[in-house]
Design a protein around this ligand. Structure first.
Ligand SMILES: C[S@@+](CC[C@H](N)C(=O)[O-])C[C@H]1O[C@@H](n2cnc3c(N)ncnc32)[C@H](O)[C@@H]1O
Length: 259
């Protein structure tokens, strides 16, 4: 991916794409204000959405769960409550490639394990986890299919992959509100917070992200089954879930999983 490639004069952030090192640098930069701006921009509703994502992961006491692109760790913390209460206890690992986000996550939840990892090349064995989740992170993957294939790989047969993401509502009045909010208000908040590039990137990354059927197709390409999605918050938030089949899943020669 190139910052200026593709024959377009628009900066990459305006097109909702950034090379991986720039995505990482951007999250390092905004880490300090991330939680506050999340609460402001979602009116605090993001906690509720993460609870629903954790419900969909369908994990319980003693399970091991991986939260990919964990950021400041809120979804990992939500999941930790679900796997506790057994002997031996369950475990949630929060993985991210931004050291600054990880540092905040560790401060927030000292008892949880937060580790550096690139979602496109997860440093975990096949089938290690009962479920893998990602909250508002998949949109930033430079290769979405690869990121989802990695999430599916590390889950054991019968385990779930859950993706919580912002999506573009199709019907008014929410579609009108969404345009106004993301195109006008969010970049303004970013300017006030001192990082207009990051908050220009956000609405554009949502616009270029596949709509729910497209994301479901990507999950199917990763070999997942029983793929469903729920739209909430008037169609602004999509929660996708898929299950890794019980039998072995064949991979094609380039490492991509077949349709
Ligand atoms: C919008 S934040 C979401 C954080 C958190 N999951 C949440 O629910 O608030 C996106 C996070 O994805 C991480 N990220 C993006 N691409 C990644 C990749 N390829 N590997 C690991 N982390 C990645 C960023 O560093 C950032 O912390």
């Amino acid at each position: 991916m190139s910052a200026t490639g593709g024959g377009s004069a628009a900066p990459a952030a305006d097109r909702g794409t950034l090379p991986e090192p720039e995505v990482r640098a951007m999250f390092d930069r905004i880490a300090r204000v991330y939680d506050l701006l999340n609460s402001v921009m979602t009116a605090g509703l993001h906690h509720q959405w993460r609870r629903r994502a954790a419900d969909l992961a369908n994990v319980g006491p003693g399970d091991r769960v991986l939260d990919v692109a964990t950021g400041t760790g809120d979804l990992a913390i939500e999941l930790a409550g679900r796997v506790a209460g057994s002997q031996p206890p369950g475990e949630v690992i929060g993985s991210d490639f931004s050291e600054e986000m990880l540092a905040l996550a560790r401060r927030k939840a000292a008892g949880l394990r937060f580790e550096w990892g690139n979602a496109l090349d997860l440093p975990y064995e096949d089938g290690e986890f009962a479920a893998s989740t990602v909250g508002f992170g998949a949109r930033n993957f430079s290769d979405l299919d690869r990121g989802i294939a990695e999430m599916a790989r590390v889950v054991k047969p019968g385990g779930r992959v859950v993706i919580l993401e912002i999506t573009t509502p199709q019907k008014p009045p929410l579609s009108t509100f969404f345009r106004l909010w993301f195109d006008r208000v969010v970049p303004l908040i970013g300017k006030v917070a001192g990082d207009s590039q990051a908050y220009d990137y956000l609405p554009n990354s949502v616009k270029r992200f596949p709509e729910p059927p497209g994301l479901a197709a990507s999950m199917a390409r990763a070999g997942l089954e029983d793929i469903r999605w729920i739209l909430t918050a008037g169609g602004i938030i999509a929660l996708h879930v898929g299950t890794k089949p019980a039998g072995p899943v064949a991979t094609s020669s380039n490492g991509a999983l077949p349709r």
